[in-house]
Design a protein around this ligand. Structure first.
Ligand SMILES: [Fe+2]
Length: 163
């Protein structure tokens, strides 16, 4: 799957950052466009055969930037559960310094447009993502989602983001 991370030679901004800037004032465009971007990533981040731990370079980067895989999961889970209202928790790649970072975004604001981080793994915490199975208990949903994370996909995104 192609991942959009290219930059334009003139501004150094990604296509998504340019799109985000140019849609200022159009909340509907941002909401629907952002929702499409976020869910497209989310769908590939999950797999019925997922879970476990990432391999090789991605695991090394997680250990370097968070101390351990467990600490990264805890930090991302906390940030995601703490989103006020509806939004997303993210594991992103900071191309400026080559580091992984955790971030949270409100509503359907896309990670790259709002923070510049390249999205690797997103967790949807709009209530529609978990209400049927978990009612309003967001922490249980976030705890369980690690069992279906498709680390191969996240590793592919990580490799593409580093280029
Ligand atoms: Fe959603």
């Amino acid at each position: 799957m192609a991942v959009v991370t290219s930059t334009t030679p003139s501004s150094g901004q990604t296509c998504l950052q340019i799109w985000w800037r140019r849609t200022t004032g159009s909340e509907m465009l941002r909401f629907n466009g952002g929702g499409h971007i976020n869910h497209t990533i989310f769908c590939t981040n999950l797999s019925p055969n997922g879970g476990g731990e990432p391999q090789s370079e991605l695991m090394e980067a997680i250990k370097r930037d968070f101390g351990s895989f467990q600490k990264m999961k805890e930090k991302m889970s906390s940030a995601t559960v703490a989103v006020q209202g509806s939004g997303w928790g993210w594991l992103g790649f900071d191309k400026e310094n080559g580091r992984l970072r955790i971030a949270a975004c409100a509503n359907q604001d896309p990670l790259q447009g709002t923070t510049g981080l390249i999205p690797l793994l997103g967790i949807d915490v709009w209530e529609h993502a978990y209400y049927l199975q978990y009612k309003n208990v967001r922490p249980d949903y976030v705890k369980a989602i690690w069992n279906i994370i498709n680390w191969e996909n996240i590793n592919e995104r990580f490799q593409a983001a580093k280029k």
